[in-house]
Design a protein around this ligand. Structure first.
Ligand SMILES: Cc1cc2nc3c(=O)[nH]c(=O)nc-3n(C[C@H](O)[C@H](O)[C@H](O)COP(=O)(O)OP(=O)(O)OC[C@H]3O[C@@H](n4cnc5c(N)ncnc54)[C@H](O)[C@@H]3O)c2cc1C
Length: 381
């Protein structure tokens, strides 16, 4: 016998869990299933959580903000963006207080636990096929058992936009930004790295980012275009040589604490990895009935903006409330097309705001005016 649900969410990251929690908050009787193929033991990128996120977490589940105490408070940002000197923004000057450097895999798992406790069912499996029949979504997955049937389908599968792709939809990319990244452990027995600021430093071919993690490992990422992410930089020595050649502040921290590549827990190769970090928008999703993308599946941002998680949470809160109103047939809120229109408008506002600030940050950097990475970003605006 098939299982019928009000809402199926593909993806148990911040966006998917925020949809589930905010929907159940307004409509505790809703039947929700979340498909999640996340591995909670595997390192996950995206550790900087801004202080404003605490309010959203509290709205979603009163116990979530207290779990942040097991992550690392972030003391602020130190950025060599417009000049070679560091410009510092101390968290003490922020009215919202400090943000956090998260153990992202653990943070996401805490979120899934909260959604489970609130009443969402989880299927720890990857969705492999989706079709629409008799006004219902029918999903197949790698899990044993029959297909799942649902009224609403939410794509919260991150940059993979798995559901959208299975439906034949495409994303539009603003650029081809890549992150070449690695985790480092200090091998110094004498100096402990206590610099919990987020560090950003530009060079001719892109920009570097680094943050200390709760595990005491240091995450380092170089953001660049595809040609700069090829060749020696993908090797251990090539990455380190490039880092020491192209940065001052980061190279000093790495040298002082004698950082070397960490051995990954999951048996992955020791050394730099590459991941997509482009800004993109999912196009044409409004043509599908009872379908909404959320979080990175809908809009993904250049990591410079640091707005990925907080926007995923905000979008998830809004969408969950809208879906609850639809399911309980609240007057004026119940129509599917109205929800799609409202969500589309909200996403357009978010994107406009993001593009404006992206334009601003890339245009105020003029040290490397003649270099391709920077020139192309200014031309694109
Ligand atoms: C290099 C880089 C650095 C970043 N740094 C930051 C940062 O410091 N701070 C910040 O706020 N943001 C950062 N981000 C962005 C941030 O990580 C994302 O915006 C955020 O994770 C979006 O949340 P989400 O729930 O939409 O997607 P995700 O967190 O990607 O979650 C999607 C989930 O869907 C699951 N899934 C996918 N397909 C399927 C399927 N077919 N079946 C079942 N499950 C599926 C995945 O396992 C995953 O758990 C960074 C991004 C990049 C690329």
């Amino acid at each position: 016998m098939p299982c019928f649900h009000d809402v199926v969410i593909i993806g148990g990251g911040p966006a998917g869990c925020a949809v589930a929690l905010s929907l159940l908050r307004s409509h505790p009787g809703a039947s929700i299933v979340v498909f999640s193929d996340a591995d909670p033991l595997r390192f996950k990128i995206g550790e900087s959580l801004p202080p404003e996120a605490a309010q959203l977490l509290r709205y979603l589940d009163a116990s979530l903000p207290s779990t942040l105490s097991t992550h690392l408070p972030c003391a602020g940002t130190a950025s060599a963006w417009t000049s070679s000197s560091l410009e510092e923004h101390d968290a003490l000057m922020n009215p919202f207080g400090h943000g956090w450097h998260l153990d992202r895999a653990r943070f996401d798992e805490t979120f899934r636990t909260a959604a489970r406790s609130a009443g969402a069912k989880f299927s720890e499996a990857r969705v492999t096929a989706i079709r629409r029949e008799n006004d219902l979504w029918i999903l197949e997955s790698e899990a044993d058992g029959s297909a799942v049937h649902s009224r609403w389908l939410v794509d919260a599968s991150g940059r993979r936009a798995s559901a959208a792709r299975l439906l034949g939809l495409r994303t539009r990319k603003l650029d081809d930004l890549l992150a070449v990244h690695a985790l480092f452990s200090s091998t110094s027995g004498t100096t402990e790295d206590r610099d919990t600021r987020t560090l950003i430093e530009t060079c001719s071919q892109g920009w570097w980012y680094s943050a200390l993690l709760p595990s005491k490992q240091r995450f380092v990422a170089f953001h660049c275009d595809a040609p700069s992410a090829k060749g020696a930089i993908r090797t251990r020595t090539g990455f380190l040589d490039f880092l020491h050649d192209q940065t001052n502040h980061l190279a000093r921290i790495m040298g002082k604490h004698e950082y070397d590549f960490s051995a990954p827990d999951d048996g992955a190769p020791v050394g730099p990895q590459t991941t997509a970090a482009c800004s993109s928008q999912l196009e044409g999703w409004q043509s599908q009935a009872y379908f909404v993308p959320v979080g990175d599946a809908a809009l993904s941002f250049d990591p410079l903006s640091s707005q990925g998680m907080i926007t995923a949470l905000e979008m998830g809160c809004i969408l969950g409330t809208e879906l609850a109103a639809n399911l309980i047939q609240l007057d004026g809120f119940s129509d599917e097309r109205v929800i799609v229109e409202r969500v589309t408008e909200r996403y357009a506002e978010v994107w406009k705001h993001f593009e404006k600030s992206r334009k601003y940050y890339y245009s105020v950097q003029s040290r490397f005016d003649g270099d391709q990475f920077w020139a192309s970003r200014r031309v694109n605006m």
